[in-house]
Ligand binder design. Structure first.
Ligand code: AAL
Length: 414
């Protein structure tokens, strides 16, 4: 046997080879070399874990569900400070569901909301500055609620894109178009300048009812607004993310013919990375908990699988509005958190996440941590309902009895 062939028939090497070894590989090992930037998580610039810190400066009253802050925008650094915009609800009661909502009682956590902003010097302590975009008067889109903003800086002007509700969310679904307001400074004043700037899809198309989480970035001199819509109005199961591209912030936006470009991910977080574009797929869908990469912002592949990803992540991406050159990635941002065990006083609050998605080495140990050590409470908080528990117990008893009968039958047969 030649030396080369004897190498191929030896067991797989103890230390993982950095490049594909010249030998037959199982599908899983083949994938390690062909699907991912590198086989080791610690060398993969798109692998990261996430750390979380509570932030200070925001007042949630009695934390009884009447005040909520959620869906932070990307963070920008301007005038020597960091800026974030977000959905703020300050209502007479917590959300009651579409059935019981009124002009004053919100249906969902993001109903009857306005867009507010806050600034920070260090990213940990924030100061709320006030309202940026209020609900316009009826019947203008957004009269019922404006939510889920994101920011674009383009040719010296600032643009906020946001969901503009014309009915309580949850009435028919979570249906809304996207509006835009612009300003000469991040402190405003903001002037509404376009409604339904990204048109809904034609009847029967995946984005026929909603354009959610509009998220503008600049790629090669064009504005790419990523957005999400839920397949069949089931946002808890499967959502798609698409992109609409324009030369001007007010459009016309042309949807990419390959939309949706991501098959999972409830909120949009997209960033130029290296020569291409990376995206978070968070929460819903078969590929949730992945970080994906595309050479062109359109054709994404899974680059890393991770866990405990930030919900509604709004990162601080230093080079986000620089459209060319290597995308450098980011290390922190804000996300929102919600205590789902308290449905009668549901509200969301903002917190900080840290990660290591810098496109450079050496990386911090946040980038090496492939295992989060969950305590037992995290597992048992995901309990079975009493109904399923009873059903599973009955199935097990019936299975045991039928096995016993089968084995006594076969003993008798012998
Ligand atoms: C969010 C976002 C959109 C939805 C709702 C508020 O996290 O996906 O903004 O409409 O939930």
């Amino acid at each position: 046997m030649s030396v080369e062939n004897s190498q191929k028939t030896k067991g797989f090497p103890w230390d993982i080879p950095r490049t594909r070894p010249d030998r037959p590989l199982s599908r899983a090992m083949e994938r390690l070399y062909s699907n991912y930037p590198t086989p080791r998580p610690e060398d993969n610039p798109l692998f990261t874990s996430f750390k979380y810190t509570r932030i200070t400066g925001f007042d949630y009253g009695l934390e009884d569900g009447r005040v909520s802050r959620r869906d932070p925008s990307k963070i920008i650094c301007d005038n020597g400070k960091y800026y974030v915009w977000y959905t703020k609800r300050d209502t007479i009661s917590p959300p009651s569901g579409a059935e019981f909502c009124s002009d004053d009682i919100p249906s969902t956590d993001w109903d009857l909301s306005d867009i507010w902003y806050a600034t920070s010097l260090d990213g940990f302590h924030w100061e709320e500055q006030g309202i940026a975009v209020p609900r316009p008067n009826k019947p203008k889109p957004g009269w019922r609620s404006v939510s889920t903003p994101d920011i674009l800086l383009w040719k010296g002007k600032y643009y906020l894109y946001y969901q503009a509700f014309e009915e309580p969310s949850g009435l028919k679904g979570d249906h809304c178009p996207v509006s835009v307001s612009s300003a000469d400074s991040p402190d405003g004043p903001w002037t509404p300048c376009a409604d339904a700037v990204i048109p809904n899809g034609a009847p029967g198309e995946w984005d026929q009812y909603s354009i959610h989480d509009p998220y503008p970035i600049v790629i090669n001199g064009k504005i790419y607004v990523y957005y999400k819509a839920a397949f069949g109005d089931k946002p808890d199961c499967l959502v798609g993310n698409g992109v609409a591209i324009a030369d001007d912030p007010l459009g016309p936006f042309v949807k990419h013919p390959l939309n949706p470009v991501l098959n999972s991910g409830h909120e949009t977080t997209v960033f130029r990375f290296g020569n291409g574009v990376a995206a978070f797929a968070i929460r819903n869908g078969i590929e949730s908990n992945t970080i994906q990469y595309s050479p062109d912002g359109i054709n994404f592949d899974i680059a890393a699988v991770t866990s405990l990803m930030p919900v509604g992540a709004g990162p601080y991406i230093p080079d986000v509005f620089i459209s060319e050159g290597q995308g450098k990635g980011f290390t922190w941002g804000l996300a929102h958190f919600c205590d789902h065990d308290k449905p009668d006083r549901k509200f969301s609050f903002l917190g900080r996440f840290d990660c290591d998605l810098r496109n450079k080495f050496p990386r911090s140990n946040i980038a090496n941590n492939t295992e989060i050590k969950w305590g037992p409470d995290a597992f048992f908080s995901q309990g079975l309902s009493e109904e399923i528990k009873a059903l599973r117990a009955r199935e097990a008893r019936e299975e045991a009895i039928s096995k016993e009968n089968t084995s006594s039958d076969s003993v008798e047969d012998n």
